[in-house]
Design a protein around this ligand. Structure first.
Ligand SMILES: Cc1cc2nc3c(=O)[nH]c(=O)nc-3n(C[C@H](O)[C@H](O)[C@H](O)COP(=O)(O)OP(=O)(O)OC[C@H]3O[C@@H](n4cnc5c(N)ncnc54)[C@H](O)[C@@H]3O)c2cc1C
Ligand code: FES
Length: 294
C-alpha cells in the first residue's frame, strides 16, 4: 500500500491506494464498498469523507462520506448511489481492485455535553455519516440517541419491525434498520413510496411528531445532526429553529481538489463577525445550521 501524508496541509489527511474487500450492489442503485484503509480508519470522524479516484480514465476525484470504520481490522465502509459518469465507473470496480483515496477529509459533528438526546436525521445517501455518528455515540455511552431516516428509493438494508419503543409515533410506523436495532438505538423510517412499516411523508414531518411529544425538560436535552439533500437540510434547519434546538448539518458541494486548495467548494456562512466564505471540504462539511441557513 503506497502512502503520502499531507502533513503540512492537514494533519491527518492520507493519500492511499486501498484494496476493495467487498462491493455489494443493493436496491435503488445503491452500492456498498468495503475498503482496506487502515490509516484512514484510524483517524476518521463521523462526518469526514474520502475523495476517491473512481477509474484511471477519470482524473477528477469524487467525494463520498465514510459510513463505518473498524479501526482494529482497518476497513472503512462507503455507501454510494449511482448518479453520473463517475459513480457509474465506480460500480464497475471489482473485489481486489485498488482505489486511490485521499482522506479522511473534513470536520465532523461536534457533540454538545449538555445535549444527551441526539436526534439524527438522514435523507437518501445522506445516511452514511449519521450511521457513523450513531456507532460512535453507542461506543462512547451516556447518550440516548434516536435516528430517523428518509428515502424515496428502497432503503439499502432489509426493513424489519423494531423491538425498541418510540412513543408518540403512530404504532404502524415500526420499520427500522436492523443494525440500529442490534445496537439498541431506536430508529424509524419515512418515505412517500409506501414502503411497509414506514411513515408516509417526509422524514422532517416524522421528526416533528417525535419532537412535539417531548416534555420541555427532555426537549432541552435534544440536539439535531443531519445530512441529506439541500431541501431536506433546509427543512431540518427550520424544524430546529421552531423547537429552538441546536442543529448541525453536513453539506454536499461540487468539489475539485477536496483538500482546501482550489476554493471550488465555498459556501457563504454567517459567523459572529459577519458573512464569510468557507470551504465545504476542509472547513466543513459539517456546519452549524444557523450559520448556513441564516
Ligand atoms: C462531502 C460529500 C460527501 C458525499 N457523500 C456521499 C455518499 O456518502 N454517498 C453518495 O452516494 N454520494 C455522496 N456525495 C455525492 C457524490 O460525491 C456525488 O454523487 C458524486 O460526486 C457524483 O459523481 P458522478 O460523476 O457520478 O455524477 P456527475 O453528475 O456526472 O458528476 C459530475 C461532476 O459533478 C460533481 N458532483 C455531482 N453531484 C455532486 C454532489 N452532490 N456533490 C458534490 N459533487 C457533485 C462530481 O464530483 C463531478 O465533478 C457526497 C458529496 C460530498 C461533497
Ligand atoms: S474542493 Fe478545493 S477547496 Fe474544497
Amino acid at each position: 500500500m503506497s502512502q503520502i501524508n499531507y502533513q503540512q496541509q492537514r494533519d491527518t489527511i492520507e493519500y492511499q491506494d486501498c484494496t476493495i474487500i467487498s462491493h455489494d450492489h443493493l436496491a435503488g442503485d445503491q452500492h456498498l464498498l468495503r475498503l482496506d484503509a487502515p490509516a484512514i480508519a484510524a483517524t476518521a470522524v463521523a462526518g469526514s469523507f474520502v475523495h476517491l479516484t473512481v477509474a484511471a480514465a477519470l482524473p477528477l476525484r469524487r467525494p463520498i462520506s465514510i459510513m463505518r470504520v473498524d479501526r482494529a481490522a482497518g476497513w472503512i465502509d462507503l455507501l454510494y448511489k449511482r448518479l453520473g459518469s463517475g459513480t457509474t465507473l465506480l460500480t464497475e470496480r471489482r473485489v481486489g481492485d485498488k482505489l486511490s483515496l485521499i482522506g479522511p477529509v473534513g470536520n465532523g459533528f461536534t457533540m454538545l455535553p449538555d445535549r444527551r438526546r441526539p436526534l439524527l436525521i438522514g435523507g437518501g445517501v445522506g445516511m452514511p455519516p449519521l450511521l457513523f455518528l450513531a456507532d460512535l455515540l453507542r461506543q462512547q455511552g451516556g447518550y440516548q440517541t434516536t435516528v430517523l431516516l428518509g428515502s424515496e428509493v428502497p432503503f439499502p438494508f432489509p426493513l424489519k419491525p423494531s423491538r425498541l419503543l418510540l412513543p408518540a409515533l403512530p404504532c404502524e410506523v415500526m420499520a427500522t434498520m436492523p443494525l440500529l436495532d442490534d445496537w439498541e438505538i431506536p430508529c424509524r423510517l419515512a418515505s412517500l413510496q409506501g414502503y411497509p412499516g414506514c411513515f408516509q411523508g417526509y422524514v422532517t414531518e416524522l421528526a416533528r411528531h417525535w419532537l412535539k411529544a417531548l416534555d420541555s425538560d427532555t426537549l432541552a436535552g435534544v440536539a439535531i445532526y443531519s445530512c441529506g439533500p439541500q431541501a431536506m437540510l433546509r427543512a431540518v434547519a427550520a424544524l430546529a429553529a421552531e423547537f429552538n434546538l441546536p442543529c448541525q448539518v453536513s453539506l454536499e458541494e461540487f468539489m475539485a481538489c477536496g483538500i482546501g486548495g482550489c476554493a471550488g467548494c465555498v459556501v457563504e456562512v454567517q459567523e459572529p463577525e459577519g458573512r464569510a466564505m468557507r470551504r465545504v471540504c476542509v472547513d466543513g462539511p459539517v456546519f452549524d445550521a444557523k450559520a448556513v441557513y441564516a
